[in-house]
Design a protein around this ligand. Sequence first.
Ligand code: THU
Length: 138
Amino acid sequence: MDSYMTELFQKAWEIARHAYAPYSHFRVGAALLAEDGSIYTGVNVENRSFGLTICAERSAIVQGVSAGQRKFRALAIATPDSSVPVGPCGACRQVISEFMDPQAPVRFGCNDHTYIDTTVGELYPYDSLHDLALNTNS
Ligand code: THU
């Protein structure tokens, strides 16, 4: 587990330089491991309306789903402008839970490369709708 999380975190770190964050100056990179082993990355894309900002996590999910993926096995998030690890926002936790199982590992780390290892289920507990979802493959 640790070696692929290391690689995934490295990808998130590298992609964070592509973040479009002229308002917050807070760059975020995310990397997702898909079921077939492919990796998809994303960055935060801000907007002058502020409210239309897209987080790195959702950006990566949109990349993967647009490429035909429907399930992701692991997620890494890098916040190089932060001195503490920053986990996904509430909206992203909901979207992450759509495409990842509660057991799936999540790593998020900051500018000194310290990180927190957790799971989707720990970030988004009591997700009853996950079990009730009829079909997430279409
Ligand atoms: N942001 C993310 O992209 N992901 C997170 O997990 C936390 C916040 C972005 C949104 C905004 O562009 C900037 O970070 C500051 O909140």
